[in-house]
Design a protein around this ligand. Structure first.
Ligand code: ADP
Ligand code: DAR
Length: 378
């Protein structure tokens, strides 16, 4: 149940200055919220939604709406339907971060290692791109390296509030912009509409394309009109890719086999700087670059390796414990909410806010180097 209305209705629905709708939250939404809240409270969910959605916060926020018409239900329905969520909330539009700040701020502080509601994310800073070398020159542990960031197009809300027309408009805007990229970044846009299931599955299996039917995104109303407006741009050797309208408007990705984080990082920085000259991105003075999920705000950067550390991984709890000491997050081979296949783990920086792009990648670089050192000593 998406509460969003198109921006054009904003004048009828919301106040231009406060960004809040003066329309009441309807009874059906309030009923759904109340029953979902009670079920979550009674569950053994470990989500940050459960941890921070107290009865007091719930009662304070349940009658609020953004100028897009987004309600608390639009924010929390994924976590209400998936008690195994890690986080459980998404922002249906950028204003939600302000209107529902009493819930977003403690979750942001918890996830990003202490980014308080009074903190301000630092300006974009890619740092000295020559600093990072190869994490594993001998190729003993690291299978492949990837660095990605998310970007939202200015003037468009997030998935739950997008109209079918907007999806088509964004796809057209992005694909024509990316067609102007030169050199190593030169490539082709492939719409998901019309892509054969075989080609799609091969791209997913090779870790180039996002998986389909993510239940967390579906429950967040992020998959409406699928596959309209969705697609992937990539260069010939698939070391530079851009996802269009999966979870975020854009995921800009650099990746290659082996452990040369320096080359991967330099490629990403060149690409983002180039695209940024052609497309205006949504940026918030305090939260940094805006994304659908609060875990990706700020730098939006996730730098990861596909890595085999068989001794450390013989005890998964130990691997998680050691990784978290270096602010690293362990995922399965196919990414979030998946298991390792053939002993390959996706390990990346966890923090994305309250530090620069350079710092986020350095945290991964230093942490992975430590993991490899520990693995060698076992
Ligand atoms: P993200 O949110 O960064 O896109 P996901 O967890 O959704 O991450 O993973 C997206 C895809 O990227 C998955 O197929 C995953 O296997 C792949 N991936 C992540 N890191 C690497 C890596 N270092 N090498 C190869 N593929 C990777
Ligand atoms: N389904 C969400 C995912 C949280 C972080 N990952 C993102 N945004 N892809 C959860 O709460 O588990």
């Amino acid at each position: 149940m998406g509460g969003c209305t198109s921006k054009d209705d904003k004048n009828a629905k919301g106040d231009e200055t406060t960004g809040k709708s003066n329309e009441m939250v309807d009874a059906a939404v309030l009923d759904k919220l109340e029953s979902g809240f009670k079920k979550l409270e009674a569950s053994d969910s470990k989500s940050l939604l459960k941890k921070y959605l107290t009865r007091e916060v719930f009662d304070k926020l349940k009658t609020k709406k953004t100028s897009f018409g987004s309600t608390l239900l639009d924010v929390i329905q994924s976590g209400l339907e998936n008690h195994d969520s890690g986080i459980g909330i998404y922002a249906p539009d950028a204003e939600a971060y302000t209107v529902f700040a009493d819930l977003f701020d403690p979750i942001i502080e918890d996830y990003h290692g202490g980014f308080k509601k009074t903190d301000k994310h630092p300006p974009k800073n890619w740092g000295d791109v020559s600093v990072f070398g190869n994490l594993d020159p001998a190729g003993e542990f690291v299978v492949s390296t990837r660095v990605r960031c998310g970007r939202s197009l200015e003037g468009y809300p997030f998935n739950p509030c997008l109209t079918e027309e907007q999806y088509k408009e964004m796809e057209q805007k992005v694909s024509s912009t990316l067609s102007g990229l030169e050199g190593e970044l030169k490539g082709t846009f492939y719409p998901l509409t019309g892509m054969s299931k075989e080609v799609q599955q091969k791209l997913i299996d090779d870790h180039f394309l996002f998986k389909e039917g993510d239940r967390f995104l579906q429950a967040a109303n992020a998959c409406r009109f699928w596959p309209t407006g969705r697609g992937i741009f990539h260069n010939d050797n698939k070391t530079f890719l851009v996802w269009v309208n999966e979870e975020d408007h854009l995921r800009i990705i650099s990746m290659q086999m082996g452990g040369d984080l320096g080359q991967v990082y330099r490629r990403l920085v060149t690409a983002v700087n180039d695209i940024e000259k052609r497309l205006p991105f949504s940026h918030h003075d305090r939260l940094g670059f805006l994304t659908f999920c609060p875990t990706n705000l700020g730098t939006t950067v996730r730098a990861s390796v596909h890595i085999k550390v068989p001794k450390l991984a013989s005890n998964k709890a130990k691997l998680d414990e050691v990784a978290s000491k270096f602010n690293l997050q362990v995922r399965g081979t196919r990414g979030e909410h998946t298991e390792a296949e053939g002993g390959i783990y996706d390990i990346s920086n966890k923090r994305r806010m309250g530090l620069t792009e350079f710092d986020a990648v350095k945290e991964m670089y230093d942490g992975i180097a430590e993991l490899i050192k520990i693995e060698k000593e076992l």
